[in-house]
Write a protein that binds this ligand. Structure first.
Ligand code: NDP
Length: 295
């Protein structure tokens, strides 16, 4: 293996410590940022995420408001809660955990969130601001990827970046952020022709696909930085019968032999996502009150 392993766990811990210090400073001005997380139903993965978000919010010194609603909650009741949270001055950030039950129109709910409190950055107003280069709340996963990249390389200007995946949650905002950093950006997807050749152009290769181990070592330009966003649960008979493990969208062994640096899965992009949620809550708390963000 030649690649440096990008330690997302350590980067996230450092970011959380920075945020905790900034929150402490803000509290001296009488402001305690608050994050409301809404969970509808009993999806086990969502329950784990929500628990972890609440724990880290409190550890950073912020207020956490958890709203756990039964799976049969109506769309109207969920929209009513969102409107109440919009109006609640103690709440700076609102996150509605996805996926929502099938009878609820997720788009409608996300669009009901006040863009100033939209710490997931999924509201069309924030997506539009990001696309036009205006200040906005940026989706947490791509924001975390960008932080890792800047920490590693500093100035990204002029680099060739290839983002595989064009979702509104990861691929598109990632491409917008890299464009703002003056990278030359290609967005690849399921219809891209000769994907391996496109990927080989990349100085920065971001994989956000949802296909275990799809990106192979011979798709990677020697020395490139590889950011693996994928979280895929695969069966792992080597760990015992019925066992599973989490792998990324990149075939780690072969890619690490060629890349200059690479994020592992787990321990790469994942931990940065929640840390960036806290960062967005702090940003929202300051912006709503017209306060500068503490240094
Ligand atoms: P989506 O399913 O919304 O999007 C996947 C994208 O990959 C689509 O644009 C799709 O193309 C593209 N794609 C699918 N198959 C291929 C292929 N064979 N070749 C090229 N492109 C392909 O997924 P998300 O963006 O929401 O998530 C992507 C991955 O990131 C998942 O594994 C998810 O679990 C993970 N994730 C991780 C997070 C973290 O915190 N680390 C947070 C969010 C997601 P098309 O548009 O043409 O269909």
């Amino acid at each position: 293996m030649s690649a440096a392993i990008i330690d997302g766990k350590a980067a996230a811990a450092a970011l959380r410590a920075r945020i905790a210090a900034q929150v402490a400073e803000l509290m001296q001005q009488g402001v305690t940022p608050g994050l409301a997380v809404v969970l509808v139903g009993e999806n086990p993965a969502s329950q784990v995420y929500v628990r972890s978000k609440a724990k880290q919010t409190v550890e950073a010194g912020m207020r956490s408001f958890e709203h756990k609603l039964p799976a049969e909650t109506s769309e109207a009741d969920l929209l009513k809660l969102v409107r109440e949270l919009n109006a609640d001055d103690a709440v700076d950030g609102i996150l509605v955990q996805l996926p929502l039950p099938a009878h609820i129109n997720a788009e409608l709910v996300l669009e009901a969130i006040d863009p100033a409190k939209d710490v997931d950055g999924f509201h069309p107003v924030n997506a539009g601001r990001l696309a036009t280069g205006a200040p906005s709340l940026v989706p947490c996963t791509p924001l975390g990827c960008l932080m890792l990249l800047k920490q590693l390389k500093g100035d990204l200007s002029g680099l060739e970046a290839v983002v595989v995946g064009r979702s509104n949650i990861v691929g598109k905002p990632m491409a917008a952020l890299l464009t703002s950093e003056s990278c030359t950006v290609t967005i690849a997807h399921s219809r891209t022709r000769d994907l391996p050749a496109v990927c080989r152009r990349a100085d920065i290769l971001v994989a956000a696909v949802g296909r275990p181990g799809m990106v192979k070592g011979d798709w990677v330009k020697p020395g490139a930085v590889v950011i693996d966003v994928g979280i895929n649960r695969v069966s792992a008979p080597e760990l015992g019968e019925g066992k599973t493990r989490i792998v990324g969208d990149v075939d780690f062994e072969s890619a690490a032999a060629v890349a200059g640096a690479i994020t592992p899965v787990p321990g790469g992009v994942g931990p940065m996502t929640i840390a960036c949620l806290l960062a967005n809550t702090l940003t929202a708390a300051c912006a709503r009150r017209g306060l500068p963000k503490p240094a």
